[in-house]
Design a protein around this ligand. Structure first.
Ligand SMILES: [Zn+2]
Length: 108
């Protein structure tokens, strides 16, 4: 995979994880829907897929917006490789952002 492919994968990874959680929860509730011993759990677990799908949608839209702003030059870029920067991470040594292209940390 080339540099751009890894960058897109890093950007959309939270959305992909939420989507996988939704699919797993849908499968689990479908498989155990008629099992009398787990009916109590299914009543709560049936709410996981809609919220996970909503989280995947929001995470995907935010990633798309971040990459779109990066493409148009409206967001800070990595000093090393000019790639887009991820969300702000808080650390006792200082706040930083990770580059989605090279993975390097950059202090704010
Ligand atoms: Zn970089």
């Amino acid at each position: 995979m080339n540099r751009y492919g890894w960058m897109v994968l890093r950007a959309y990874l939270p959305a992909l994880i939420a989507l996988a959680l939704a699919v797993l929860a849908m499968g689990w509730t479908t498989l155990f829907n008629h099992n009398a011993t787990s009916n109590g759990l299914v009543a709560y677990a049936k709410w996981i897929p809609p919220f996970a799908l909503l989280a995947a949608l929001v995470a995907g839209l935010l990633s798309t917006l971040r990459l779109w702003h990066w493409k148009n030059g409206k967001t800070p870029r990595c000093r090393g490789c000019d790639g887009p920067l991820g969300r702000l991470h808080h650390d006792p040594k200082g706040d930083y952002r990770k580059c989605l292209a090279c993975g390097g940390k950059q202090q704010d």
